[in-house]
Design a protein around this ligand. Structure first.
Ligand SMILES: [Zn+2]
Length: 129
């Protein structure tokens, strides 16, 4: 069911709304996601609205400097990122959303530890990108 989810960092300075339907979670095993323990929901740029705290976000980048990893500079929580696969969209940390029953969500793995191979596999079946 399409709906609007509310989300926030831990201290609450960063809050946001997400339009859409969270049907499954993406668990990535890349060097940063495995340390964060985040579960991700991918969404279009326009589906995420930052309601407060945009100025409290810090940006962390590494390696190819493509992805943008945002976190609250007060509490350290990472509510969303711009993924390396397509930095024009968002991935939202499902653990920061209200009203989502994580235990009921299927978890799909993304092999970010071997990013080039995983990206090629994802794009391989499609000529649209
Ligand atoms: Zn915070």
């Amino acid at each position: 069911m399409q709906q609007t989810y509310r989300g926030s960092c831990h201290c609450g300075r960063v809050s946001f709304e997400l339009d859409g339907e969270v049907k499954y979670a993406i668990e990535c095993n890349c060097s940063i996601c495995r340390r964060k323990g985040a579960l991700w929901h991918g969404t279009a740029d326009a589906s995420l609205r930052i309601l407060s705290g945009e100025s409290e976000l810090t940006l962390y980048r590494f390696n190819t400097m493509t992805a943008k990893h945002y976190s609250c500079r007060h509490c350290g929580i990472s509510p969303f990122s711009r993924p390396r696969l397509d930095p024009s969209v968002w991935v939202v940390n499902i653990r920061c959303l209200e009203g989502v029953d994580l235990a009921s969500l299927p978890v799909h793995g993304f092999d970010g530890e071997h990013w080039e191979d995983a990206a090629r596999a994802l794009r391989g079946g499609s000529q649209t990108t």
